[in-house]
Write a protein that binds this ligand. Structure first.
Ligand code: ADP
Length: 224
């Protein structure tokens, strides 16, 4: 069982690293941001209830997100493990997840992607997404071959609503006040936390660093 919590600020590269990890470990990628956007796209009741909060950059209520994650992790494809991306984001969510995992005898490993604040700002303001296939680009670090067009299907790239500047500020604020303390919580209660410096390296190198850090942590756990 590989229960991984990918932790880091918006723009730290959680989504990209989650894809590498899920392909390598063959476990599902559980991204609360993607799940909430799906609910909005499908016009569900839950989607309608959270759309304003998401577009302002604030956090959706713990109750809604906890239930959504619990349902997802209970599906058979998550029995061998999962990579959580964007959850937990508050202390109440972290406590809820710890209780849920403890109840099943599962020990998670938290991977913290540490990225400098200025790098984060550059990444978030330059982010573009293909509305058709979801491929992510960055005008500064990973531009498409043709200006503003998706390499894969030629669709015009879009800026996600929550990647506009006032919303970015709000998201980083929510991270600083509500989410960063979660890391302290994990350390204080003695859960496994692995630190990975992810400011400067390209994504495949960050992935190598994650794998090395997890192996080292596995070895030290075995010798504890
Ligand atoms: P990012 O990590 O880049 O901010 P996400 O796709 O993870 O992007 O999240 C987008 C938005 O979805 C958040 O700003 C928030 O409104 C909502 N959201 C996602 N995950 C959670 C969560 N665990 N708790 C509350 N709100 C969430």
């Amino acid at each position: 069982m590989r229960a991984i919590v990918l932790f880091g600020s918006p723009g730290s590269g959680k989504g990209t690293q989650a894809k590498f990890l899920t392909e390598c470990l063959r476990v599902p990628h559980v991204s609360t941001g993607d799940m909430l956007r799906d609910r909005i796209r499908s016009g569900s009741e839950l989607g309608t209830a959270v759309v304003a909060t998401m577009h302002s950059g604030g956090l959706v209520s713990d109750q809604v997100v906890n239930l959504m994650v619990e349902e997802r992790l209970s599906k058979p494809d998550a029995a061998k493990g999962f990579v959580l991306d964007g959850y937990p984001r508050t202390l109440a969510q972290a406590e809820h997840l710890c209780r849920w995992l403890d109840g099943r005898g599962v020990r998670e490993v938290v991977i913290h992607l540490a990225v400098d604040y200025n790098v984060i700002i550059g990444r978030l303001t330059g982010r573009r997404e293909c509305p058709r296939c979801g491929t992510l680009y960055n005008v500064a670090f990973h531009p498409p071959k043709m200006d503003e067009l998706c390499d894969l299907d030629g669709e015009k790239l879009a800026i996600r609503d929550d990647d506009r500047e006032p919303v970015i500020r709000e998201r980083l604020d929510a991270y600083g006040h509500q989410t960063r303390p979660v890391l302290e919580y994990y350390r204080t209660v003695g859960r496994r936390v692995v630190e990975v410096e992810a400011s400067d390296d390209p994504p495949p190198i960050v992935f190598q660093k994650i794998c090395q850090a997890m192996e080292k942590d596995d070895r030290s756990k075995d010798s504890r």
